[in-house]
Write a protein of this length. Structure first.
Length: 119
């Protein structure tokens, strides 16, 4: 059974940094791209950043320059380093995986981790 499990969320103040992790298990993820999404109250799910199996990355304008995605394929782990956090970054953060390229509906999802940024 495939599982993606996020960790590292919490409550921080504006301007702080936070690092999220997502550990994948249940199958080999060779060739899979991975991504971080978030969903804030009253808003649609937002694709933040993706990383291909080979490490090519993309970022949304909302997080470019502040967030960094990375992965350790040997550990089946995805990371998200978030710097200069803003109150509008408050959301549930989800990791996702999909073979090849990440679309808006990836095959596999984690359950999410809450990030709350106070002003």
């Amino acid at each position: 059974q495939v599982q993606l499990v996020e960790s590292g969320g919490g409550l921080v103040q504006a301007g702080d940094s936070l690092s999220l992790s997502c550990t994948a298990s249940g199958r080999t993820f060779t060739g899979y791209a991975m991504a971080w999404f978030r969903m804030a109250p009253g808003k649609e799910r937002e694709l933040l950043t993706t990383i291909s199996w080979t490490g090519k990355t993309t970022y949304s304008d909302s997080v470019k320059g502040r967030f960094t995605i990375s992965r350790d394929n040997a550990k089946n782990t995805l990371y998200l380093q978030m710097n200069n956090l803003k109150p509008e970054d408050t959301a549930i953060y989800y990791c996702a995986a999909e073979y090849g390229l990440v679309t808006s509906t990836p095959n596999y999802w984690g359950r999410g981790t809450q990030v709350t940024v106070s002003s």
